[in-house]
Design a protein around this ligand. Structure first.
Ligand SMILES: [Zn+2]
Length: 134
């Protein structure tokens, strides 16, 4: 499915164990600091995601051909990429489903804040009645 998976694992391992690869990984961490997709801090084992999926270019460690991605983001990016190649409208549908979910999420949050303000009213009236008693 992923083009890079068609590469020999031994060769990939060889490339990843070089000083150049380590230098690339350090530079990605230093310059980006966060996961490219989520903007969350980079995990220790983040992926140096190769934008150029041509297996012939796997050993090309040009900095601009890589982005740092944490494990989950990396999986999402490859999954979306595979779907996108089949049908670019997948991104529109992804946004649509997320926005629909947000409608319900926002209703839920609103309900929580209403419940929370009711609780605070109870607490403050409880506090007042307690104050009267003392
Ligand atoms: Zn990748």
């Amino acid at each position: 499915m992923q083009l890079h998976k068609k590469l020999n694992q031994k060769d990939k391992h060889k490339i990843r164990s070089t000083k150049e690869w380590q230098r690339l990984k350090d530079k990605l961490r230093d310059e980006h600091k966060v996961d490219f997709l989520s903007h969350k801090p980079l995990e220790e084992n983040f992926n140096c995601h190769h934008i150029d999926l041509n297996p012939k270019n796997y050993a090309d460690l040009s900095f601009e051909k890589f982005l740092p991605l944490n494990r989950n983001s990396h999986e999402v990016v490859h999954w979306i990429f595979d779907r996108y190649r089949e049908d670019p409208n997948v991104l529109d549908r992804l946004k649509e489903v997320i926005e629909l979910m947000m409608l319900y999420w926002n209703q839920y949050k609103e309900q929580l804040s209403i419940d929370d303000s009711k609780n605070q009213q109870k607490k403050s009236s409880f506090g007042k009645s307690k104050a009267k008693n003392t």
